[in-house]
Design a protein around this ligand. Structure first.
Ligand code: ATP
Length: 547
């Protein structure tokens, strides 16, 4: 097969940070190629140059145009799009006030006279949505979408433009298993027709399942090109970090089925953060019975109804309790009310009716900050919209919402803020390890680590709302965050975990609810749950209608 992409010796620096140095990549037409590497390895930067977002400092980029490789180094996004190169970005590039259909057709407007033909745009987007299995509310403004829905819109947008070379940066981070299967089907169809796909993902089981070939990047450089059929997730992980890694790749195992090794690892990781003495008193057990009168609940949610701009009952009467020392997992296809449920508990959305109590106290009248002071922590699903101020430094983001705890007299206590940043950067391996950089300058996975570090270790809390906590982080960081969640649970925190990744839900939760159309379709103890059992509830094929 002919080469579709050839990148040779590409370098790119942002100020003092060398994002790429001697990066290379070869992809044949008709291939699905996986681009892997740790957070900050330079994958997104390389792909942004391929898509024309900025020029490399050195090296060449060639792309097949009309069958022949052409030097396109330093081309513009408009030229890249015209040549059939489309990129789905990790952080969305959609225009929030416009509707889904308007966003998808943007740049290829269907006009009627001088105006956009909205009806036709909606019809075409609905048809594409049906063909691809990526369900989107075509007439809804993008500002009202959950991250999973926005992700589907981004994918539809490049497919609508008829891209021949498709670059996908972490497309499955917020997609549920049935949607991921649909996406694979679409990508295979594209490559069968001679198209080319470059897929950035941290999910190594996906890499092995879907790709033909793999490029591994480390610290800005390309270190290996592998045929997928000749490798394993463990070997890929080893190439990524440059040494043998002891990854817990058994992440489908139930908490109680996991080996002692990962528990020990978690303990080690946590002791680095807390000091060994705190860990000595922390219980080690990972076996948890479902909530059944084990002391008063830390979080009580009763008959909660939450409206959205779309409908008055986006959350349609949900009730549940979470005990201290319990992880309550909420699975489901994104956009079934999970976002609104979590935001209502956090105080970010106003419920129409129902009750939320934290530690026995009704918090209905309290705002976000007051709920946080009552012991609520929140890792939001959308780190850019809710979790970070991108122009603030890493150090300031690590105390966001906690500024009042870092004052001396009337002003902020800079030495304590620096000290806090140094400890959290080290504990969560945030890279580059520079508290003075703006958060904007960090890779997506490293931005996510800032939010998780702040919410899990920066404050005293008894209830943690963790929405897509490992979105965009690499395998090592996933293991670390999972260990932190287990440690928090073992210390008696109550955790609500929302994730599109069913494997993550199954690996961590003590009880699992499946959310479908604003309600819990089922709630099961972990021991009775599996992907096969939960799947039908996620698509509405099975239902018990537990509030
Ligand atoms: N606009 C920017 N300004 C400054 N530094 C940047 C910028 N974009 C990227 N970097 C730096 O370049 C390096 C590579 O980042 P990049 O986003 O390419 O990594 P990545 O491999 O895609 O990571 P992830 O898996 O976390 O998405 C990082 O150290 C990052 O901090």
């Amino acid at each position: 097969m002919a080469l579709s992409i050839r990148v040779s010796g590409v370098a790119k620096a942002f100020g003092p940070v060398q994002a790429n140095g001697d990066a290379s990549l070869e992809v044949e037409a008709g291939e699905i190629h996986a681009l892997v590497g740790e957070n900050g390895a330079g994958k997104s930067t390389l792909m942004r140059m391929l898509a024309g977002m900025f020029a490399p400092d050195a090296g060449t980029i060639e792309v097949a145009v009309d069958g022949a490789l052409r030097d396109v180094t330093g081309w513009s996004t408009a030229e890249a799009i015209a040549a059939g190169v489309g990129m789905v970005h990790q952080h969305f590039m959609l225009v929030p006030p416009l509707t889904v259909a308007e966003n998808v057709v943007l740049g290829r407007e269907l006009t009627k006279g001088w105006a956009l033909d909205r009806k036709r745009a909606v019809a075409e987007v609905c048809a594409l949505s049906e063909r691809t299995g990526l369900t989107v509310p075509a007439e809804r403004p993008v500002s009202e979408l959950s991250v999973g829905e926005a992700q589907r819109v981004e994918i539809l947008k490049v497919l609508y433009r008829g891209a021949k070379i498709l670059i996908l940066d972490e497309p499955t981070a917020v997609l549920s298993p049935p949607e991921v299967r649909e996406l694979w089907r679409v990508l295979r169809g594209l490559t069968a027709g001679g198209g080319t796909v470059v897929l950035i993902t941290h999910k190594l089981d996906e890499v092995v399942e879907i790709s033909d070939t793999i490029t591994v990047m480390r610290a800005g450089r390309t270190v290996e090109r592998i045929r997928t059929k000749d490798t394993t997730p463990r070997d890929i992980a080893k190439a990524m970090v440059g040494r043998d890694v002891n990854l817990a790749l058994d992440h489908l195992a139930a908490p109680s089925e996991r080996g002692a090794e990962s528990v020990e690892r978690g303990a080690d990781d946590a002791s680095a953060l807390l000091g060994a003495s705190a860990m000595e008193s922390a219980p080690r057990s990972t076996l948890h019975a479902p909530r059944s009168g084990s002391g008063p609940a830390a979080l009580v949610v009763r008959d909660l109804v939450v409206p959205s701009a779309r409908r008055p009952n986006e959350v349609d009467g949900v009730s549940f309790d979470v005990s201290p020392g319990e992880i309550f997992g909420i699975a489901g296809v994104e956009g079934n009310g999970q976002t609104e449920l979590i935001e209502a508990i956090a105080g970010l959305a106003q419920p129409a009716s129902g009750r939320v109590a934290l530690g026995g106290q009704d918090v209905g009248a309290l705002g976000v900050r007051e709920r946080a002071d009552t012991g609520l922590s929140h890792v939001p699903e959308d780190r850019h919209r809710r979790g970070l101020v991108l122009d603030y430094t890493v150090g300031d983001n690590l105390i966001l919402g906690l500024q009042h705890r870092f004052t001396r007299g009337a002003s902020l206590d800079a030495p304590r803020i620096d000290d806090n940043a140094r400890r959290q950067i080290a504990a969560f391996d945030i890279r580059p390890a520079d508290a003075a950089l703006p958060a904007r300058a960090l890779s997506g996975g490293n931005q996510q680590k800032i939010v998780v570090a702040r919410e899990m270790t920066g404050r005293d809390y008894r209830v943690l709302l963790a929405a897509q906590p490992t979105r965009g982080v690499d395998v090592g960081a996933i293991e670390f965050i999972h260990a932190q969640l287990r440690r928090a649970r073992d210390e008696g925190k109550a955790i609500v975990l929302v994730s599109a990744d069913l494997a993550e839900i199954l690996a961590l939760s003590d009880r699992i609810a499946v959310m479908y159309r604003g309600r819990f379709a089922t709630v099961l103890p972990r021991g009775e749950a599996s992907a096969e059992i939960l799947g039908p509830y996620m698509t509405g094929a099975a239902s018990e209608r537990v509030a």
